[in-house]
Ligand binder design. Structure first.
Ligand SMILES: *Cc1c(COP(=O)(O)O)cnc(C)c1O
Length: 378
């Protein structure tokens, strides 16, 4: 069976974990955590990077940092992972869902302005599959209406919008190092702060609402409870694993891009024949090869295709289920139809994509898909 995903070791992961233990400190903000922070701040020019235990946690920190309160409205895509939404619902906010674009699953920027009210506090964008949203439009709307922009950049490591790194465009951004992402640490995430004035409070929120970070830097002589917060910082063991991966980021990215291009080559003919759609990469965006997905014509075809692949030893999966139709939120949604969100919910399939996948396996998967469409002429 070719799995959908497989965690991988690419360098000194186990050695660095041993070093972390031998250093005598494996709680948060040890030497490897600091190295990871420096890596991201240097390479992408992020003002401040703070490792968290997940992207979910980074999003929850973002929701606290912008002072999300009951009654606030947050604009976000319906086609996203639950954490994008949950972080704000936990603070009592009302979600206002936007549809996807027709040609990518990203938020339709042209719709956002009509969703803004006097209660709107932020626009949360998700760079789906690591492909940038239409950021100039979104940043312009946010500036004119004085709204925060938060990037759910969970899938967007090492990807760019008009040459600017994703995660550097909003006031705040959240990344994930979950084992299904490009660089991994099992569970893991990072909050990126691009607006200086959030930095001090972010450190406090991340340290259970205490000013312990300032204490450890010797800036104050005792630390105490100064704000709300939680335990958002990861063990240095996690950071040790992550740092080993970061040392090989270019190698990981190059390999993934080659695999992505193999899929594209192998399936192009089915797109030309009008059987499926392949990912669209707008001119303003780079492709970080986080994901290779195809869009089937309808849910029936998708279900049959996934079964066909499984029968041939290939584990393909689908996601997300539109949040505006979820059991938890459907009664709170205003009832507006989100056509493309439902379209991607029904028709999108993700194909296996991981560092150790081989070109031969990709070629086999493409052949199985080609064979499926040969036997399914409609
Ligand atoms: C993976 C993912 C998350 C959650 O990341 P965790 O690190 O597992 O919390 C959130 N949003 C998107 C778009 C994701 O792909």
């Amino acid at each position: 069976m070719i799995p959908f995903n497989k965690p991988f070791l690419v360098g000194k992961e186990t050695e660095y974990i041993r070093q972390a233990v031998e250093s005598g400190k494996i709680s948060g903000d040890g030497i490897f955590t600091k190295r990871c922070h420096e890596f991201f701040e240097k390479r992408y020019g992020f003002k401040k990077a703070l490792l968290t235990t997940s992207c979910t946690d980074a999003l929850e920190m973002a929701a606290i940092l912008i002072d999300t309160k009951p009654g606030d409205e947050i604009i976000l895509p319906s086609f996203t992972f639950v954490s994008t939404a949950n972080a704000f619902v936990l603070r009592g906010a009302k979600l206002v869902f936007a549809d996807c674009e027709s040609d990518t699953p990203n938020i339709d920027a042209d719709q956002i302005e009509s969703l803004i009210s006097s209660k709107t506090k932020a626009i949360v964008v998700v760079h789906y599959a690591g492909i940038a949203c239409d950021m100039d439009k979104i940043l312009d709307i946010a500036q004119r209406h004085r709204l925060y922009v938060i990037e759910d950049a969970a899938q967007a490591v090492d990807s760019f919008y008009k040459g600017r790194p994703l995660g550097s465009l909003g006031q705040l951004a959240a990344f994930s190092f979950h084992e299904t992402k490009n660089v991994i640490s099992g569970e893991g995430g990072m909050l990126v702060i691009n607006d200086e004035h959030f930095v001090k409070r972010a450190e406090i929120i991340r340290e259970k609402g205490t000013n312990r970070s300032a204490f450890f830097r010797g800036e104050i002589d005792k630390y105490g409870w100064v704000d709300i917060g939680s335990s958002f910082l990861p063990s240095d063991i996690i950071a040790a694993f992550l740092y080993a991966q970061l040392e090989h980021l270019d190698e990981i990215q190059n390999k993934r891009k080659l695999l992505w291009n193999s899929y594209k080559q192998g399936l192009k003919h089915l797109e030309v024949a009008g059987k499926i759609r392949l990912p669209h990469i707008p001119d303003f965006a780079t492709n970080n090869a986080h994901m290779f997905y195809i869009v089937c014509r309808d849910i029936k075809k998708r279900t049959q295709l996934i079964v066909h692949l499984r029968n041939n030893g290939v584990h393909a999966v689908f996601h997300y289920l539109s949040l505006h139709k979820s059991p938890y939120y459907k009664d709170k949604h205003d009832g507006k139809n989100l056509f493309f969100s439902d379209h991607y919910t029904d028709c999108l399939v993700r194909l296996p994509m991981y560092y150790e996948l081989s070109h031969e396996q990709v070629s086999n998967i493409c052949n199985h898909i080609t064979e499926f469409y040969k036997n399914n002429e409609s």
